[in-house]
Design a protein around this ligand. Structure first.
Ligand SMILES: [Zn+2]
Length: 425
């Protein structure tokens, strides 16, 4: 199917904004992108044309850190590791996963990188979406996280010790079809009980072994790391992305910039933590963990300070929320990461690029994340000027339409004439 979207503000996914531009989609790809200087062909040439006056069209949003598997963590549960419906059948978990994927897509996120779940459901979902069996965001999946025996999220991960075991498990997961390897046991966590959040887990040699093995197969590596020796092991070991980095400091940021290590800051996680704190809803384990660190003299930078450190050193940051990682960070609310990126010093266009063009490149979706001739037509339309305020996507009415692979998969007001025509198209 072929159609045009005309008279629309276009953000290209990196830095360019075109006012009153028009775009043509043919099949799953973008076949024309023109600014106002080039008039679209007159109506009546047989190609349906939809005028979107005042709206903004941009690449579908990308969340570089989700846990779709199992949907949201049960409200009131302590954390992802220990309480994610451990006793549930994997069939029911799969349906929850699909529901979370649909919800994520409807909120404008046409791709996610999923960083550990259960039973390789994320890998299977990725294949099911790619094969057109189910609708959902394109998924880059990490399968099961790797951790040390008794390490971070050991309840949900594969426990491996020593370079040989790390290598073997990486090979096993690649065989199963993962796009990413998640090294979970690099440092402890902030909300789960157990080991010290800043203590290193995998050794530098273990990280190196995993990275070497993954990279040899063209698979990238994400590391859960907050700070201290663990984050340095991850950076020096050659991982591609650092997840969270809550205790990022000048030393680690400097090395990340030098090595090209990307930060996925999961700022929405912090936002939701503080909202829950005000309402007295933060689980005791998480409160104790933060108190313990404060008592020991570890000062956690605020999100604003953390992003200032990253920017000062030139660390590349892409948008990732940790949706599904705990009960506070819910699927479908992913656009809060854009709110937080802006709040912590990113311009609207920088925030949008972190969730589109840059995220696509980092996650490994080179045909997506751009409004560009030849790119896959994963697109989102908002009635607002998102180039002046990227936070509009967090509004209830922030999404007007979502297009996936050229197909209109969601419109906000299905009753509107435009929506009916687009959906029928
Ligand atoms: Zn996570």
């Amino acid at each position: 199917m072929r159609y045009r979207l005309t008279d629309v503000r276009v953000f290209d996914g990196l830095e360019r904004v075109m006012e009153r531009a028009w775009v043509e989609v043919d099949g799953e790809r973008i076949t024309v992108v023109e600014d106002a200087a080039a008039q679209p062909p007159p109506a009546g040439d047989g190609v349906p044309s939809y005028a979107l006056e005042g709206a903004t069209l941009l690449p579908g949003l990308i969340d570089a850190h989700t846990h779709l598997v199992g949907g949201d963590v049960v409200a009131g549960a302590q954390d992802y590791a220990s309480s994610r419906r451990l006793a549930e059948s994997s069939g029911l978990t799969a349906y929850r996963t699909l529901a979370a994927a649909h919800h994520t897509l409807r909120r404008g996120f046409t791709a996610v990188r999923d960083l550990t779940g259960r039973d390789y459901l994320d890998v299977d979902l990725a294949h099911a979406v790619d094969a057109g069996i189910v609708s959902g965001p394109t998924v880059r999946a990490a399968g099961l996280g790797l951790t040390i025996t008794g390490g971070h999220v050991h309840q949900r991960c594969v426990e491996v010790d020593g370079e040989d075991e790390v290598r073997k498990e990486v090979r096993r997961q690649i065989k199963r079809g993962v796009h990413w390897i998640k090294l979970m046991g690099v440092t402890g966590g902030m909300s789960s009980a157990g080991r010290h959040p800043l203590a290193a887990q995998f050794t530098l040699a273990e990280v190196r072994a995993g990275v070497e093995e993954a990279h040899r197969a063209g698979v990238k590596v994400a590391a859960h790391a907050h700070g201290g020796e663990g984050i340095m092991n991850a950076i020096e070991g050659g991982v591609d992305t650092i997840e969270h980095g809550l205790f990022l400091d000048d030393r680690s940021a400097e090395r990340m910039a030098e090595r090209g290590t990307v930060l996925v800051a999961t700022l929405m996680n912090e936002m939701k933590y503080h909202e829950a704190l005000e309402r007295g809803l933060v689980p005791d384990t998480a409160l104790r963990q933060r108190q313990r660190l404060a008592d020991e003299g570890f000062v956690m930078p605020s999100p604003e300070e953390r992003m200032a450190i990253a920017r000062r050193h030139g660390v590349r940051v892409v948008a990732g929320t940790d949706a599904g990682g705990n009960a506070m960070v819910r699927h479908g609310e992913n656009a809060n990461e854009l709110v937080m990126l802006q709040r912590t010093g990113f311009s609207p266009l920088e925030a949008l690029a972190a969730a589109t063009g840059h995220a696509a490149e980092v996650v490994g979706l080179p045909d997506r994340g751009r409004v560009l001739l030849g790119a896959i037509a994963d697109l989102v339309v908002t009635a607002f000027d998102a180039t002046r305020d990227a936070a509009v996507f967090a509004r209830e009415d922030g999404i007007a339409a979502v297009i996936k692979g050229g197909r209109v998969v969601h419109v906000a007001r299905a009753s509107s004439p435009l929506a009916q025509r687009m959906l029928g198209a």
